[in-house]
Design a protein around this ligand. Sequence first.
Ligand SMILES: *[C@@H]1O[C@H](CO)[C@@H](O)[C@H](O)[C@H]1NC(C)=O
Ligand SMILES: *[C@@H]1O[C@H](CO)[C@@H](O)[C@H](O)[C@H]1NC(C)=O
Ligand SMILES: *[C@@H]1O[C@H](CO)[C@@H](O)[C@H](O)[C@H]1NC(C)=O
Length: 264
Amino acid sequence: MNNFWTVSSILFIIPVCAFCALGTPPNLRDIYIGKCYEYVEVVKKDAFYRPEEVDCEKLYDLFLEAFVGRDPCDVPPERYRAYVDASAHEMTIHNRALLATGNTKPFIYQIANMGLRYFTMVDTLTVYPVNEFVWCGKKNSDELNTESCPDYGFCVNLSYVTLYSELSRKHVRQMSGTLHVLFNGSSRPMFSFRSYLVQHELIHINKTKVKKILAHVLNIPPHSEAGKSNEGETCQSLLAFREYVEKEGMQYECRENEKLVFPM
Ligand SMILES: *[C@@H]1O[C@H](CO)[C@@H](O)[C@H](O)[C@H]1NC(C)=O
Ligand SMILES: *[C@@H]1O[C@H](CO)[C@@H](O)[C@H](O)[C@H]1NC(C)=O
Ligand SMILES: *[C@@H]1O[C@H](CO)[C@@H](O)[C@H](O)[C@H]1NC(C)=O
């Protein structure tokens, strides 16, 4: 995995546009291996990876083992465990970690422009080779389904969605100390129990290690329309989130539009 703030914080988004394609690309193997080596040798997003330490063909095999021969809706997250473990190297997360909600790329990029170094799931070797398409197999068959895969949301354990769940699970479980969660103050509702944040991230928190959740409500860009300012109301609209956090036995704090500063 890539690191930012010297491997102290992570931020995951689910890449919305990854789910636009129809079926598995027929040349999946070539694409995977090519992008895997591109990541390791050219993109080099992650200084932790050394080309000689990465076996893209082996990773591809592990990736395939998760879903080939199975119904596309019967690929629970743990099917990807071996692949995720092999492709994501160990990350030490110190006292802070970051999750973003709002799940939109612009939101993330604007945060990045605030001077934070971060990475998203797309920036990992786990996801980079398969980020731009969907994939699924066929029950009791070695073939890839190149015609069509179920739509995003069609079922829970969908082959091309649960990879992200497993990756989130792995990393959320490692988090300790104070967990920072970013909210887009302009999106409504800001918080939902059905969100990716709850369903795939917060449920995996190790409450022995994470003591506090710090919610940051960011209004980017700041509300400029006269009379339409939400200022002072944004933390209040996270009441349900606060209750969720406190019920889980963690401390809660909310800050609005504060400049995020994470010292190294
Ligand atoms: C999805 O997979 C999990 C196992 O991780 C299983 O407990 C659950 O029942 C599955 N859900 C559906 C709807 O198949
Ligand atoms: C925040 O949410 C609003 C409303 O959903 C959306 O229009 C806006 O693009 C989001 N901001 C960013 C930076 O993603
Ligand atoms: C949670 O963290 C504690 C302390 O590090 C550890 O002993 C425990 O095994 C972890 N629990 C799980 C479910 O990983």
